[in-house]
Design a protein around this ligand. Structure first.
Ligand SMILES: [Fe+2]
Ligand SMILES: [Fe+2]
Length: 331
């Protein structure tokens, strides 16, 4: 559901509470308690929406209700072509049998009218002035929705099969990717070198993507309890070399990624021969390929072999990364 609550809403006029052009499409607005067959358009990528729809889906209704996950796949052909997927995801929508659409509070009212046990809410919404009030409450919900989604997502079971022995490893991966994101934030906070800034921005995007892919495999209770220290450690690991110049930054990244490559390879080897864990293995292979690319790019940009100081610092970074993995596997 909605990610951009502040965007202008083409479906509902908050100022007047009046139905918009789309609300007023064929035989629309007044049918608060005359739902007929409905198509419910929901965001299947949102854990909040999935849970809510699961409550509605199994209720015995007079007319069959179609629940369509609009986060993926083709959109129903009955929808107006002028509506994009983003438009639809921005708010809750239902489509009535006559093709008319209702969104936000009016969408819920139309749905509740068709559900046994929920009709009293639809009747309440039909009272004068109540639908605009519900709409205001819905808009308030949209503002806190992203934070609620993040919290709900953190408690979701893994989206891929995770063997028991991989939980501790994934905890260290999640901690490591968190640290990696903060390394580049540390670099960007201090470097003024355009080449390093471009390098750090690109790598930051990749590490953020790794974190986005790994996080769903590790529900919040299983994550490292030391994420704040890992962020600080990551930031310092990027900030310190940034003060010493591009070669120090590239040398640091080469050292970190050399370690990360080995760390991922050990897990990839352990998952070999487990067909049910193949998707997780593929995810780690994908991350490892990016890390190797980071390492090679950093090594090439560093240029000449490191002097004694950079060698000592790189050894410290490698040892620190290894120690962090040992701790993150446990805590
Ligand atoms: Fe990464
Ligand atoms: Fe990396």
């Amino acid at each position: 559901m909605p990610a951009m609550p502040a965007a202008p809403d083409p479906f509902f006029s908050a100022a007047t509470g009046a139905a918009s052009a789309i609300e007023a499409m064929p035989a629309g607005g007044a049918a608060v308690c005359d739902a007929g067959a409905l198509t419910v358009l929901y965001d299947g990528a949102c854990p909040l929406c999935r849970r809510e729809i699961a409550v509605y889906r199994d209720l015995p209704t007079a007319d069959p209700i179609q629940f369509v996950d609009i986060s993926r796949g083709a959109l129903p052909s009955t929808l107006p072509v002028s509506l994009s997927r983003d438009d639809l995801l921005r708010r809750f929508h239902v489509q009535r049998a006559d093709g008319s659409l209702a969104s936000g509070a009016r969408g819920f009212i139309a749905l509740w009218a068709a559900l046994p046990g929920w009709r009293w809410l639809a009747r309440l919404g039909a009272l004068p002035g109540v639908a605009p009030l519900m709409e205001t409450a819905y808009r308030g919900f949209l503002r806190v929705r992203p934070a609620m989604q993040r919290t709900a997502a953190a408690f979701e079971p893994p989206s891929l099969h995770v063997p028991d022995f991989m939980v501790a490893e994934l905890r260290s991966d999640h901690a490591g990717e968190t640290g990696a994101v903060w390394i580049y934030r540390g670099v960007l906070a201090f470097t003024r070198d355009d080449g390093v800034r471009d390098f750090a921005r690109r790598h930051l995007a990749t590490e953020s993507e790794h974190l986005r892919l790994i996080a769903p495999q590790l529900p919040w209770p299983q994550r490292s309890r030391l994420l704040v220290p890992w962020r600080i450690a990551g930031f310092m690991t990027g900030a310190l070399p940034a003060l010493f110049g591009p070669r120090a930054v590239y040398g640091t990244i080469a050292a970190v990624e050399t370690f990360v490559d080995t760390h991922y390879q050990q897990q990839i080897d352990r998952l070999a021969g487990l067909p049910e864990a193949e998707p997780l293995r593929n995810l780690l292979v994908q991350c490892q390929a990016d890390e190797c690319h980071h390492r090679d790019e950093a090594t090439a940009l560093r240029g000449a072999p490191p002097g004694p100081l950079l060698r000592a610092w790189s050894a410290m970074v490698g040892a620190g990364s290894a120690a962090a993995v040992v701790v993150a596997r446990r805590v």
